[in-house]
Write a protein that binds this ligand. Sequence first.
Ligand code: DON
Length: 358
Amino acid sequence: MKRVFNQHYLILTFSTLLAFLIGFSTEAQAQKKKKTKTKDGVTSTMDKGSIEAAITEAYNKYKDLKEGKNADYIPELAKVPSEQFAIVVVTADGQVYSKGDIDALYSIQSISKVITLAKNIEDSGAKAIQDKIGVDPTGQKFNSAVLVEERKGMEINPLVNAGAIASTSMIKGNNYEEKWKTIMQIHNDFAGRQLAVNDPVYKSEAATNQHNQALASLMNSFERMYFDPAQSVDIYTKQCAINVNTKDLAMMAATLANGGTNPVTKKKVVSPQTVAHTLPVMATCGLYDDSGIWFYNVGLPAKSGVGGGIMAVVPGQYGIAAFSPRLDEAGNSVRAQKAITDIVNKLNLNPYLVQPKP
Ligand code: DON
């Protein structure tokens, strides 16, 4: 009897050990898989819980922060509720993580400059942008006219106003309508849904954008506009007034992170080569005269808008976006910058932070 019991005991112990070993190796394989490149070249290194925790932590840390103020040089932007705050991460394979006022719609503003730039690189080639607009950081305010005067309209970049208006003027199309249709479509494709223009914001900026009109005229005087200056400013103003929510921005960033193919609709919006030229311009010029400070601290290409949105790209991995209308002196959202910075640090996403090989 005792011997039978011992045999049973041995068998039980052995099978428990076997089950444990099988379980352990499956778990080890799963962990390994998370860090392995998929066949699309997309690397997924993070589990769901870590991303959710990083977003929640950043949200809670900054939800009561009131630093900065809404842009008011476009009267309609001063009316946007300042308390709104949202954070969204979209993975390069299309999973969405979000927190806060994720349904809030707001004007995309300068973030549209990236989308228009990408379309121009795709259709006219990287060299054309370099030659006809420039890709150098300016270190000046985003709407500087002194800059245009000093450089005779040359060697600026498509993410400051003068270069962005020239970039809009470069979009292919024989007239206003054709150019606008192309711009709206490329924004829709990046977001993966049909977007719309915020009419009050468009009208409000169109009625007060004399400075941008002056920039376009100045650029034109140096032969650096590629379509009628007044109409180009109007298309540019409309493009800046496209309404997005924070998921749209994160999806646009995730499309860039995924080599130009929208990770949800699977539409090839632009080529990987176009993305490879777009991201460096974001990295060096995306947060205006604070671009250097941003890149120094975060190490990722990003773009801000005076509507309060910021999107950042982790190539091959994530699109990260945050929205909060209160801006700092440079015109960048205070809470959005802080939230994205914390998430990048928490999830270890700075590509320049590498541990030495053993
Ligand atoms: O042209 C303008 O001034 C605005 N439509 C866009 C400026 C902007 O978003 C700058 N952002 N930080």
